[in-house]
Ligand binder design. Structure first.
Ligand SMILES: [Zn+2]
Ligand SMILES: [Zn+2]
Length: 433
């Protein structure tokens, strides 16, 4: 008899296989798996958590917040709670790799709080749902739908949906009642046919994100991903002939000290957020998978090199470059942008601009004057309108809008009035009454 049990070890829960429709990145999320597992036992997910999973793990009551506010980080993330649930589900279902349904493989690489990792509410691809339903396939939610850096379905190149098409409700992060693919508020199906809105194109950042997510099998236990990242960055620096992280940050126009912090072991050291890591990869055109796991293939190209690169131009190149940039500034700016600011941005002196490009500089000044006038005009209109409104309100309440009463009613706004402006406007307005 023993032999039979050894061959077919029993598990506490139904041996539900996680879904995966391919491409390496369309595998199911932990939150979705939990919901499907609950329904495999004919239980609504909140019931399943409250009456089975939480008692089994010595956890307290299930709060609604899990479904509403932090469901993604509690199930799809790598914080301690997620790890606990996933380990338990792996044991209870006997399914290897349940931990890989979350961002858990990237725990040693990314910042511990998981900042900006997930969308603040559920997103889904209506065309994926529709296609699976038409083909009588299982409805599930891939992990990538919950990741904030992705806004387009890579399979259908359409934007994700965020509200029920019938009732407009936002959806729980982890489905509380009703199976995946149906709105818990009104019961409607969340899929739809293609709307013919035209195909969207994935950005480089989004492609890199998919590459990274799909490479989860490369991560082995106790692998020090942060060390691999540091090694990768050092190769990037060597290949770009950059000698310090400060110079690298300048070259890539990366905010100061970010990359140095990734490389620092001390108390100032921080791990990257997913979004900044991907930004870095885009800036040097190296896929995160190469940066981490394929160091011999690192071949960076520095993207935003124009400012520093300019130093090696000869004078004619510099002249043309500055002229072009200044023209862009003059034509493009819609807020006051002083000649000094332009000079700072282009790393030249104010006099250089005035001497070489008198006409452009003049246009910049003129445009700023117009913008300042417009701003003043807008502010004036607003201030008059406020006084008028208060006066009307007071009159409506049977009170004469005296200087004092109106002043009192506007007390928080008075700082936006210039010297003597309030009195002048008040006089004009009350004369018209
Ligand atoms: Zn899709
Ligand atoms: Zn609905």
């Amino acid at each position: 008899m023993m032999g039979v049990f050894e061959q077919f070890p029993r598990t506490a829960l139904y041996k539900l296989k996680p879904e995966d429709s391919g491409n390496g990145f369309m595998f199911e999320s932990a939150g979705s798996y939990l919901v499907r597992l609950a329904y495999a036992h004919r239980k609504a997910p909140h019931h399943f958590l409250r009456h089975f999973l939480n008692p089994a793990l010595g956890q307290g009551a299930v709060s609604n917040d899990l479904f509403l506010n932090y469901g993604f980080s509690a199930m799809n993330g790598y914080r301690p709670k997620a790890e606990m649930y996933l380990n338990a589900l792996e044991v209870f279902t006997g399914q290897k790799g349940v931990g890989l349904l979350s961002m858990l493989p990237w725990k040693s690489l990314l910042d511990s709080m998981g900042k900006g990792l997930f969308h603040p509410s559920k997103k889904w691809c209506p065309e994926c749902f529709q296609e699976w339903r038409t083909n009588k396939e299982v409805l599930y939610e891939p992990l990538i739908w919950s990741l904030k850096s992705l806004t387009i379905c890579p399979v259908h190149q359409c934007l994700y949906a965020g509200n029920c098409f019938e009732c407009g409700a936002k959806q729980y992060m982890v489905q509380r009642v009703l199976p995946i693919g149906f709105c818990p508020e009104c019961g409607s199906f969340l899929g739809s046919e293609a709307k013919g809105m035209g195909k969207k194109v994935l950005s480089k950042k989004e492609q890199y994100l998919l590459d990274l997510v799909a490479s989860r099998h490369r991560v082995t236990e106790n692998m020090q991903l942060l060390q691999l990242l540091r090694g990768g960055i050092k190769i990037v620096m060597a290949k770009l002939s950059v000698t310090s992280t400060k110079k690298l940050e300048q070259l890539l126009c990366f905010s100061q000290a970010t990359i140095s912090q990734w490389l620092s072991d001390g108390s100032r050291g921080t791990r990257p957020t997913l979004s900044t890591l991907l930004n870095f990869c885009v800036a040097v055109e190296v896929s995160p998978v190469v940066l981490l796991f394929q160091h011999d293939r690192i071949d960076p190209v520095a993207k935003v090199a124009e400012l520093d690169g300019r130093k090696s131009y000869d004078n004619a190149d510099k002249y043309d470059w500055v002229k072009q940039q200044l023209t862009n500034i003059v034509d493009g700016h819609s807020r006051v942008f002083s000649v000094k600011q332009a000079a700072d941005q282009l790393k030249v002196g104010v006099n250089y601009l005035r001497y070489h490009f008198p006409e452009l500089t003049y246009r910049l000044v003129e445009k700023n004057n117009v913008l300042r006038d417009e701003k003043r005009e807008r502010r004036n209109r607003r201030n008059v309108l406020l006084v008028e409104t208060v006066c009307q309100d007071l009159l409506g309440a049977g009170v004469f809008p005296s200087h004092n009463y109106v002043r009192k009613a506007l007390k928080h706004e008075l700082k936006n009035y210039g010297f003597g402006e309030f009195t002048r406007i008040w006089r004009e307005v009350t004369e018209r009454l």
